[in-house]
Design a protein. Sequence first.
Lengths: 114, 117
Amino acid sequence: EPEVTQTPSHQVTQMGQEVILRCVPISNHLYFYWYRQILGQKVEFLVSFYNNEISEKSEIFDDQFSVERPDGSNFTLKIRSTKLEDSAMYFCATAGGRGRDTQYFGPGTRLTVL
Amino acid sequence: AQKVTQAQTEISVVEKEDVTLDCVYETRDTTYYLFWYKQPPSGELVFLIRRNSFDEQNEISGRYSWNFQKSTSSFNFTITASQVVDSAVYFCALILAWMDSSYKLIFGSGTRLLVRP
């Protein structure tokens, strides 16, 4: 069964450093999302991406964040200058063209900012 | 405003007990989808079920059943004869499905279910 994959599974970085989180969507999916879950809290929407552009972003998704699909397969989330409060689990989710109402999640990347 | 409320923060049951997880949602939109996701201790989010706002039929899948009631804006989840492997955090979520919607998921705060042997 096709699945969403994410790399790395765990990233440790120093405050102020740039990180790039990668996601490989299910192959025929067209809608891409990033969500964040701070430890012990609920899952929060960051950004949605369709047709090579952002369709919606939350107030969390400020100028330090960016997304792109550089090679038509990987979907990346970049944080330019990480802060301590960026420490969280980051989930990529994708949805298909016909059934975009159901999102399938990757296993997540745990980001730890020191 | 759109919102999903899961009032039960944590539930503890003994194996083989039935347990119901509550979910109440708020939206003024008439077209939406409701979901349940499971997050086991390993951390991934596992899709369990989707219901659209026009389909109030209850659904059963094995030991799992879902009760959707628009009149009370609730979408409750029952596990029958719970097992230790059911121990996880369960999230209820909402998607608003108007034409220009991004279809982002709006999550509740989750209910942690602990099933003791």
